[in-house]
Structure formats: structure tokens, C-alpha cells
Design a protein around this ligand. Sequence first.
Ligand code: SDX
Length: 427
Amino acid sequence: MSELAKLTLGTKALDLPVHDGSIGPQVIDIRKLYSQTGAFTFDPGFTSTASCESAITYIDGDAGVLLHRGYPIDQLADHSSFMEVAYLLTEGELPTKEELDRFTYTITRHTMVHEQLMQFFRGFRRDAHPMSIMCGVVGALSAFYHDSTDIDDPKQRMIASHRLIAKMPTIAAMAYKYSIGQPFIYPDNALSYTGNFLNMTFAVPAEPYVVDPVIERAMDKIFILHADHEQNASTSTVRLAGSSGANPFACIAAGIACLWGPAHGGANEAALNMLREIGRPERIPDYIARAKDKDDPFRLMGFGHRVYKNYDPRAKVMQQTANEVLAKLGVTDPIFDVARELEHIALNDPYFIDKKLYPNVDFYSGIILSAIGFPTSMFTALFALARTVGWVAQWNEMIGDPEQKIGRPRQLYTGAAMRDYVPIANR
Ligand code: SDX
């Protein structure tokens, strides 16, 4: 604790402790505010509120910096792998080769799902959105894995964490296969985490499928870019669900549900749909005008961010990856030209400059995923697949935090004061 913040409220004067992090903003500790003043703080959307202490991810929104356990995201994207980043986020340090091999071996051998789970899929319509399937199936995992739901047992927490990281690709691939009426493809332990996912998604029993190493690397990089992002809406949802003692599968299912929203993880699907709707660069000015129109709810999907008031560092890597993948596949998708022209126009428009609206992680990801062959409806399911690593790391950190208690915000009440019931005959 370095200093005190002084607060006066009416006749009350309060000294509030101020805590310093290792880097980044200080926090004013208001835990005693209500008991000493009878007043709450008011911060809808938590724009100025730290909900917890964490050592996993740090974001400097003004500088456009994203660190995972101190390592910059662009270095991890260029030099690491999703399995290594998963170890880094969950264990706290970069692994030795032996540690990484052991971790990868463990994850690989948890990729199969209970055979009975396939019946669960049968209950969905074939045109169910993959995220509705992900919410349902991941939540149902707690019905299959009773031996890893005791959150007070560190061993069970570890097994549940490994199961979730390992089974998300299998469930996401099954959701895709189910939607197109193709048979499920079992995991193949001879493949990498990401290669196995591509195989389960695009292979068919009728012929061999060879994982394209360029696509595998691009997909692995996309997973790294989506792995964790501090206390975003879905991670906060996982933490809040976990604070009640809910089992890990239920908590991750809650995170999936929150991520689905178009303002959050659903933006990658919405951004590609927007680019397709724009269709040609000459139609961009109309959409820019709509984005600026206060009376029009339209927003440029894939633009803006609660924290980044500078370029999202993940968007930079994503744009480079999009160039590589499209070149490798020989795809000249006209919406990539629309995306680049839209970005250029927006970044030179005073409205976007003043409001510090830059492309975010979701702006380019859809172009790559579409080029690889995923339908737009699968984009957020892929985001959830990758973000499960961050959710699991944050959930474990919360469970292990001695300060943690059930999350229970208060409110500014603006409803009716106490009044007596009026019988219906007198209304
Ligand atoms: C993700 O939190 C995370 O870390 C999330 C994420 C992660 O990895 O977990 O990074 C992933 O969710 C990225 C964001 C994906 N969402 C979108 O691309 C949807 C479009 N963007 C917006 O809806 C918006 O920018 C948010 C939700 C991302 C951020 O909203 P804020 O911080 O609450 O900002 P705001 O809505 O108060 O907007 C500030 C101003 C407003 O204008 P004024 O009311 O002040 O006049 O900027 C305007 C907004 O109207 N604005 C936009 C805009 N985003 C904000 N105007 C046009 N287009 C946009 N995209």
C-alpha cells in the first residue's frame, strides 16, 4: 500500500487505502466504503472498477500493449504455440521442453468426449447455431465428469481444467459436423492440438485428410490471439459464476453464453456479415455515416474497444496472418479489400479518431476463418475454444485467491418507495 485517497461525504471524511500493481493503474480500496459511509460507488459497465487482483494478463489500452504473464502478444504469436501459451497462462511460466511435452501429452489424452455425449447432439436441430450447441454441451459435461467437479480439490480442478481445454476443439468440431450432416471425426492423438482440431473439422471418413501446415500455423496463431484478455465480459462472467462455487463446466458454459453477444465475441461473426453486406468499397461511406448517426443503432463491427484506445495489438497480427493465409490459399476475397479500405477510411475520419475507435481482434479474424473454410456461424465457437484457456486460468486464479468471496454487486435504487398493497377491486 503506498498512499491514501481522501474522500469526504457530507460530514464524513475517509482515508481509503491505495494499492499499487506491479505495472498499470493504482486501485483505491473501497471495501470499507459502505460500512463507513452508507454509500455505494456507482460504475455501470465497470469502466473504472477493478473486480479482482490478477497476475495473468495485462493490457495497456493507450499504448496498445497486451502481455500474458509479462510476454508481449506479438512475440507469443510469432514464436510460441497455443499449447505453450496454454501452459503459460495456466501455470504462470513458460514451460521447459519436458514440461510442455508432458502438458501436451495430458491434454491430447483428454480430447475424446464420453460416447453418450453424441446422443446429446441429436437433440439439436441441424440448423442450431454452433454457440447454442456449445453452451448446452459444455454445460452438460458436468453430468459426465463427476470426478472433477469438487472445486475444493486441487487435483479435481486440474483434471477439469485439462478436460475443458482438451474437449473444446472436439465439441466445436462436432457442432460443425452436426450442422452439415457429416459424421463426427474422432480425435487423432498423432496430430497437434490445432492439427487435430482441423482434422476433426474438415476430414471425412471417405478419404484421407492432410493438415496444411500453413493453415495449422495460422489457426494456432489465431488461438493464441484469442486465449485471454484480462477481465473482459465473459471472463468476468466465469469468475462471477465460479465465486458461487459452481462447478467448472457450468462456469465455462456461462462464459460461452456471454461471449456469444455481438458486442463481445459475437463481433467476429457480425464483422464479416457487415463486410459482406457492404460488399464493395464504394458503399463504405454510407456505412460510415450510419455508424456516426446517433439515431442509427448500427456500429462498425470489429471496431472499438472498452480498453484499447489505440490499435488492438492482436488486430495487427491478425491482419498480417490474413495476408499470409489468403496468399497461401490463392484466395482473393473482395471483402478483404473492403476491410482494408474501411479501416483506412475509418482511421482518417475525425469521428473515429476522436472516439479512439480502432480495429479490434474481431475485425480481420473472420476473413481468415472464412478463407480457411469455416462458416460465419462457427467464428464465435472458435473464439470460445481458444478463450477457454484464459477462462480456466482465471477461474483457477479466482478459486485460489484468499480474498475471493461470492460476487454480489449492489445498485442505485430508483424504484418506488415502500407502499401498501392495493386490492384489485380498488385499482
Ligand atoms: C471483444 O473486453 C475485451 O477485452 C473484449 C475482447 C476480448 O478479447 O475479450 O477484446 C473481445 O469483445 C472485442 C470487441 C468486439 N465488439 C465489437 O467489435 C462490436 C462493436 N464495438 C462496440 O460495440 C464497442 O466499441 C465496444 C462494445 C467494443 C466497446 O464499447 P464501450 O467501451 O462501452 O464504448 P461505448 O459503447 O461507450 O462507445 C464509446 C463511443 C460511443 O459514442 P458516444 O455515445 O460517446 O457518442 O464510441 C462509439 C459509441 O457510440 N462507438 C462506436 C463503436 N464503438 C463505440 N461507434 C461506431 N462503431 C463502433 N464500433
